[in-house]
Design a binder for this molecule. Structure first.
Ligand SMILES: Nc1ncnc2c1ncn2[C@@H]1O[C@H](COP(=O)(O)OP(=O)(O)OP(=O)(O)O)[C@@H](O)[C@H]1O
Length: 319
């Protein structure tokens, strides 16, 4: 069963030099209990996609078309007061900059209490304290009783990240959007967070959209890999097949540029060039100027998504 259906989503930004569209023709369905890894180089539109889903885009952004269906309702046309019912228990986002998720003038205890009230309504204090200390321990924050009395500015980046993750553990949303949720964490704690996310999927049937640069991390957690480039989905398929035999030349490039122990003396190939500016996107396939397998048609016409062996790919090699 799909918990989220994104149809032909388009999102842009207004800047001093004009408007530019970032997300284009984004189609994505997410099933209950499914973990999706969204990868792509910096600037490919991953955070914009996450923020569009929870309707917390920056003020200079605009929806330019499409639908985001959650519980049968189009998020794009919901009013702000209707969105407050969706955010939290329905959809929760761990932002790339987790300070954005916390209130600077309230201590951690008060903020976790708010999340507990959103989830459980009225609740007695002992029970609330118990839930709070449990989640703080789950994310391996040291000295839970002391840490909850602190204010966000008194915590390190990694500690703030874990406080926000503990909010997600309290709220147990239907959909968790996690934008680089473990980037400031040590690998051992990263592994613990990945374990917690997997448990939430098992126990709560939570769906997770895991946004990251780190394909190895996605491989450890996701069922499906979604590859973005220049605001488009280039490939979308089950993680095992996509990592082992990527279809799109861009995905192939991303995967062969991952350093691994086995590649110590082997080839580590960077993708030549850099992603295009959204102000001057190339004609045709947006990856064509960097593509090792570019053909004439790639420079003229943008490919649509094709289905190949149950996977999706936007490339003329399969068109
Ligand atoms: N508030 C904004 N105003 C104007 N342009 C923006 C804004 N936020 C993002 N952009 C632009 O939108 C494009 C996509 O950015 P986005 O942050 O979604 O990419 P990303 O894939 O998440 O990148 P990263 O991996 O670096 O976080 C980039 O070109 C970025 O500069």
């Amino acid at each position: 069963m799909n918990v989220l259906e994104i149809k032909n989503l388009k999102v842009g930004y207004k800047s001093l030099i004009g408007k530019f569209r970032v997300l284009d023709d984004v189609n994505l369905n997410i099933e209950e209990g499914e973990i999706i890894g969204v990868v792509g180089e910096s600037g490919s539109g991953k955070s914009t996609l996450g923020q569009a889903i929870i309707k917390l885009l920056p003020p200079n952004s605009y929806y330019d078309g499409g639908e985001i269906l959650f519980n049968g309702k189009n998020i794009i046309s919901l009013k702000e007061n209707e969105m407050t019912d969706v955010r939290g228990k329905g959809i929760f986002m761990i932002f790339q900059n987790p300070l954005n998720s916390l209130n600077p003038v309230k201590n951690i205890r008060d903020q976790l209490l708010e999340a507990i009230k959103v989830k459980y309504g009225k609740i007695d204090e002992d029970k609330a304290n118990e839930i709070m200390l449990d989640v703080i321990k789950d994310v391996r924050l040291p000295d839970p009783k002391e840490i909850i009395m602190k204010y966000p500015h008194q915590l390190s980046g990694g500690q703030i990240q874990r406080v926000v993750i503990s909010m997600a553990l309290i709220l147990k949303p239907k959909i968790l959007i996690a934008d680089e949720p473990t980037s400031a964490l040590d690998v051992t704690i990263q592994a613990q967070i990945v374990k917690l996310f997997k448990e939430l999927r098992e126990n709560e049937k939570m769906s997770i959209i895991f946004i990251t640069h780190d394909i190895s991390l996605v491989y450890a957690i996701a069922d499906r890999l979604v590859v973005m480039y220049a605001g488009r989905i280039m490939e979308d398929g089950n993680i095992e097949d996509t990592i082992k035999s990527p279809l799109h030349p861009y995905t192939q490039g991303l995967i062969s540029s991952i350093p691994t122990i086995s590649k110590r003396n082997g080839e580590l190939k960077a993708i030549e060039g850099s992603p295009p500016s959204f102000l001057i996107l190339p004609a045709g396939c947006k990856f064509n100027p960097r593509c090792p397998r570019v053909m004439d048609i790639c420079k003229k016409e943008e490919p649509k998504i094709s289905e190949v062996k149950g996977r999706k790919v936007r490339c003329w090699l399969y068109g």
